[in-house]
Design a protein around this ligand. Structure first.
Ligand SMILES: [Zn+2]
Length: 471
């Protein structure tokens, strides 16, 4: 199950309104309803299963009426954000949430969360255990002490944290159970960021791969230290923030101050104008707007690549496929060890990442690659796609050879490929086929391989979106 906890329990004191800003109506619709629109769309598209609106006791009647319109459940939150989250998690546990179920924790005060971002966070949490939407900081940062600027703060790799933040249920549950009660009291420094709570419990994730068994420590010191921080980027790094980054959206702002509410109100008024009258048309045409949204939203999507390779079978050469030496009276001819399977997989990976091919990076007239172990070349190809921000999701390949029989070696090949690619063996699929006596395969003149790979772009930046658009 995938649950979304929509936090609507804040009193909204900073927004300058006497009541909860989430109940403030624009065009007859409360801010909370605009947020619910996005989560209901995600639910209707099968991205999440249940929405739970967390409200304060004071707003119960109004929030229950709103939730009912969207088929959302409700639960009463606490006096602080961490306490609201904790109560929401307990409610989910009572409803049977467990283990690898995914819970998204979201600010009700973000009325513009794209449903695709909700989907990307849910998928990343399933993959890595934790995922946090964040957006690169564009403004110049300066530190201030006693009203005077002291020093510049480098903004490289600095991200403003947004929601959704999505986690495996067992991980976030245990994180909150470990969080000392003091951190949830109104006078204690509050976590405003569930990613920090998650990180505080000392989760590591294996670089976007399947999360190993939860790596909790019993070191209360970590959690105590964590209770003293607020969510600034430097502390994230210091505490070993290990949730996966999902690039958020500049439009996914949180309504905190009166200006934010005015901005949202203005956007709603403008979006109901005909395009020709919309101030948006001055800076961006609807097509440009769509293109930039498309680029940002699809940057999270998996990308597929295909590759193939053929080598001639000759006497006097070893037969090496998938890094495994296979006893046979002939072997494959080539500059390197002529491992057609690995070369096909490399091309698939490089192609999925939008890079050039094996021949480009490992030319067969370069003495460096004479007799090269293709497993080592595969490791280099992996490094290239990772430098470009990609991670391998899975590979799948077909080897075509009339003889020898390859099935006894398939699992060994899978293990070697998985090892070099840093993915579990069950993400490497290999199929062996014969040529049924037809063609060069059937005449035992050569061996061919075809491969597919999927990769995901983990650390995209606005700059790379721009590159994509202009390519
Ligand atoms: Zn080759």
């Amino acid at each position: 199950m995938r649950y979304a906890l929509l936090l609507c329990a804040g009193a909204g004191t900073r927004s300058g309104l006497p009541a909860n800003k989430l109940l403030y109506k624009i065009r007859g619709k409360a801010v909370a309803e605009y947020a619910l629109d996005n989560f209901a769309a995600a639910r209707d598209n099968g991205v999440i299963d249940e929405i739970i609106l967390i409200h304060s006791e004071a707003d119960r009647a109004e929030m229950e009426t709103i939730a009912a319109r969207y088929g959302a459940l409700t639960h009463t939150g606490g006096p602080t954000r961490p306490e609201s989250v904790r109560r929401g998690l307990r409610f989910l546990r009572e409803r049977g949430a467990k283990g690898a179920d995914v819970v998204l924790i979201c600010d009700g005060a973000r009325p513009n969360t794209p449903p695709s971002l909700i989907a990307a966070c849910a998928a990343a949490a399933r993959r890595s255990g934790g995922a946090v939407a964040a957006y690169p900081v564009a403004d110049t940062l300066r530190a201030v002490e006693n009203g005077v600027f002291t020093r510049g703060v480098p903004r490289e790799n600095t991200y403003a944290v947004q929601t959704p933040q999505a986690f495996r249920f067992d991980e976030i549950w245990e994180s909150y159970e470990k969080l000392p009660e003091t951190a949830a009291k109104p006078d204690a420094p509050n976590f405003t960021d569930n990613g920090n709570v998650h990180a505080a419990a000392n989760f590591t994730d294996d670089g976007g791969n399947i999360h190993a068994a939860a790596n909790f420590t019993d070191d209360g010191g970590t959690v105590h230290a964590a209770a003293n921080f607020t969510d600034d980027g430097g502390v994230h790094a210091a505490t070993g923030f290990r949730a996966e980054l999902v690039i958020g959206s500049p439009d996914n702002y949180k309504i905190t101050l009166p200006e934010d509410l005015k901005r949202f109100e203005r956007e709603i008024e403008q979006s109901s104008l005909p395009v020709s009258q919309s101030p948006l048309a001055v800076s961006q045409t609807p097509t440009e707007l769509l293109n930039s949204q498309f680029s940002i939203l699809t940057s999270h999507f998996p990308r597929v690549g295909v590759g193939s390779d053929t080598h001639r079978l000759v006497s006097g050469r070893p037969l090496i496929l998938g890094g495994v030496r296979i006893p046979h009276d002939k072997g494959l001819l080539g500059h390197s060890d002529a491992d057609a399977l690995i070369h096909a997989v490399m091309d698939a990976l490089l192609s999925a990442a939008g890079l050039r091919d094996v021949g480009f990076y490992f030319p067969d007239n370069d003495p460096k690659y004479k007799g090269a172990d293709s497993l080592k070349l595969l490791a280099e190809a992996r490094a290239k796609i990772e430098q470009a921000g990609f991670r391998t999701v899975n590979v799948s390949a077909v080897i075509s050879a009339e003889s020898p029989r390859l099935s006894p070696y398939i699992d060994d090949m899978r293990a070697r490929l998985a090892d070099v690619l840093g993915i579990p063996q069950n993400r490497v699929g290999l199929t062996a086929k014969t040529g049924e006596g037809l063609g060069f395969i059937g005449r035992k003149e050569g061996v061919a391989a075809t491969a597919c790979a999927t990769v995901v772009h983990l650390h995209s930046s606005p700059a790379s979106h721009c590159e994509e658009r202009t390519q």
